[in-house]
Design a protein around this ligand. Structure first.
Ligand SMILES: [Mg+2]
Length: 300
């Protein structure tokens, strides 16, 4: 990952066009908060920009395009906020919904009880800190610090670490996002793995686009680049993405562009290619989606 922020998306359009012109299909993966929806002080109130919802619907309607929402929110939470996408990954990829089937990472499922215990233990030590909030998302938990006064944030971090230490390093781990602390199972599985899994149902010459704004999106950028296109939302963060846009409003423009010019490029590429694409739809059928896609649990 470069220390410099990636170049602006409009400066990278020639490269993006040439990648799409070689692709038979397009998979568009989108983070939710800070990408489709502006960041708000109260996470419960986050809603996607209407124009992003419309642009997503248009992409969903294209036969050469598949769509996925990849979020740190729980699956039911994110699906309540935006529907229509072909696939959903919740809890940073630990749960997947595709073609009517839901699968959960088996180790994460086993550690859900520990997440519950951590949340209960955190409640009394964090409730005196003004503005802090613990969100139990079953497979992971989030400690929100956006509304915590700046000088008190280290206290939240310290107390959370202390509680987490009781569960041992190999059980749960802590990671930081934008104004959040994320507690999840200590397993090497993130948004990038979920994107890989979703993309595995596509033909080899499909292109994958991933748009996201936070640290947890970096694993997905690393998976899609350099064959696909990673777009980091935000002004100046270094990133593994090859280009950036400033805000969810800019995401609207990019999705609209993908739905028109992007789809044209892919269709032209399909007409040049005489080999029939099989299967024509991007996602595996229901029976193929199962826990076999997840790594086997070490502890059983
Ligand atoms: Mg985000």
């Amino acid at each position: 990952m470069s220390e410099e922020p990636p170049p602006r998306l409009d400066e990278q359009l020639p490269q993006i066009r040439s990648r799409l012109a070689r692709a038979s299909d397009l998979l568009v993966c989108l983070d939710f908060d800070g990408t489709l929806a502006p960041i708000v002080d109260e996470p419960d109130e986050a809603t996607p920009l209407e124009a992003n919802e419309r642009a997503l619907s248009e992409l969903v309607a294209e036969p050469t395009v598949s769509t996925a929402i990849v979020s740190g929110r729980s699956l039911p939470d994110v699906r309540n906020r935006i529907d229509e996408a072909d696939a959903y990954a919740g809890n940073h990829g630990l749960e997947l919904a595709r073609s009517g089937a839901v699968s959960v990472h088996p180790i994460a499922r086993k550690r859900a009880a520990s997440i519950d215990e951590v949340c209960s233990a955190l409640e009394p030590v964090l409730s005196p800190v003004p503005g802090s909030r613990i969100e139990n998302k079953r497979l992971t938990a989030t400690v929100h610090t956006r509304n915590v006064p700046e000088p008190l944030r280290p206290i939240v971090h310290r107390r959370t670490t202390t509680i987490l230490d009781r569960f041992g390093d190999d059980e749960l781990e802590l990671s930081r996002g934008k104004r959040v602390l994320e507690i999840g199972p200590a397993i090497p599985w993130g948004k990038g793995n979920a994107v890989e899994l979703i993309a595995s149902g596509l033909p080899d010459d499909a292109a994958t686009v991933y748009v996201g704004d936070d640290v947890t999106d970096e694993s997905a950028f690393r998976v899609v680049e350099p064959a696909g296109i990673g777009v980091r939302v935000g002004a100046d963060d270094p990133s593994a993405a090859s280009c950036r846009v400033r805000s969810p409003t800019d995401v609207v423009s990019f999705l609209q562009w993908l739905g028109s010019a992007g789809v044209d490029l892919i269709e032209q590429s399909g007409r040049r290619d005489e080999t029939p694409v099989d299967p024509p739809r991007a996602y595996p059928s229901r029976g193929q989606i199962d826990l076999e896609y997840f790594p086997k649990s070490r502890d059983g």
